[in-house]
Design a protein around this ligand. Structure first.
Ligand code: SAH
Length: 257
């Protein structure tokens, strides 16, 4: 077909006819939207896989898993932050507030610290532990076996980190490193403590921790997403590790959004 004079003038002035340019930018936009969605879906899938793995293996196995491929740790934390962004309140902030309301001379150990947000937001001396260290302040280890001295810590924090099937050994390690009267602050996903949906009986969990050598100081179930369970180490070193009945803590598996 012959090009009309006005069409020719328009093409010479603007390069391609305008409607074609806008159609191609629309196609580009929708294909980049599609790729973004695909990427988000794939990384969401990876996150859920790694998350399930961490809840269904021991800390030792998890440590080796990340040693083989440390990039999985970043993938996990990207997905974790995405999930957390939907929570109205972050439990780590409640623990930060607790620490700010107490003396900054208390020495803290953050077991399963993630991006070490806690250490970055308080004045206290904080030892931060996680399976992988992406920051010089974070010590990479399995938290059932930290390099801390016995009876050297005032506050041990587990914020959504009682993930391994051997979680009781993390609590035993907390008991070992805490000073007498030291505090144990636990924030955990609420559904893990809902017996109606296969979760643990919170009374049984608290009793097991008490049997380990702690006194319960707070049970707060008021938040929709997480529970807060605080304890204080008993003065005497009378921990009986044997014969304690630990409930199973069911994995917290995230749904596809
Ligand atoms: N406490 C942080 C991160 C929670 S995600 C926060 O509230 O933001 C749970 C973290 O626990 C993950 O980073 C995971 O790697 C860590 N974790 C799980 N099992 C662990 C273990 N055995 N030893 C050390 N860290 C562990």
């Amino acid at each position: 077909m012959k090009e009309t004079k006005s069409r020719k003038r328009q093409r010479e002035k603007h390069g391609r006819p305008q409607n074609m340019a806008s159609a191609s930018s629309k196609i580009k936009k929708s294909s980049s939207d599609f790729l973004d969605k695909m990427r988000a879906r794939l990384s969401g899938g990876h996150f859920r896989m790694i998350n399930e793995k961490l809840y269904t293996c021991t800390g030792d196995e998890a440590l080796n898993y990340f040693k083989e491929d440390p990039s999985l740790f970043d993938m996990y934390h990207t997905g974790y932050q995405e999930q957390m962004s939907h929570w109205p309140e972050q439990p780590v902030n409640i623990i930060i507030q607790w620490l700010k309301a107490h003396s900054s001379s208390l020495v803290v150990a953050d077991f399963g610290c993630g991006d070490a947000r806690l250490a970055k937001n308080v004045k206290n001396k904080v030892f931060s532990f996680d399976l992988v260290s992406n920051d010089p302040s974070v010590i990479a280890c399995d938290m059932s076996n930290t390099p801390l001295d016995a009876s050297s810590i005032d506050v041990v924090v587990f914020c959504l980190s009682l993930m391994g099937t051997n979680f009781s050994s993390y609590l035993e390690e907390a008991h070992r490193v805490l000073k007498p009267s030291g505090r144990l602050l636990i924030a955990e996903v609420k559904s893990r403590f809902d017996p109606n949906t296969g979760g643990a009986d919170p009374k049984m969990f608290s009793k097991a921790i008490s049997d380990l050598g702690f006194t319960s100081t707070l049970k707060d179930f008021s938040n929709k997403m997480f529970v807060l369970l605080y304890f204080q180490k008993k003065g005497k070193e009378n921990s009986t590790r044997k014969g304690i009945e630990w409930p199973d803590l069911k994995p917290c598996l995230y749904k596809r959004r």
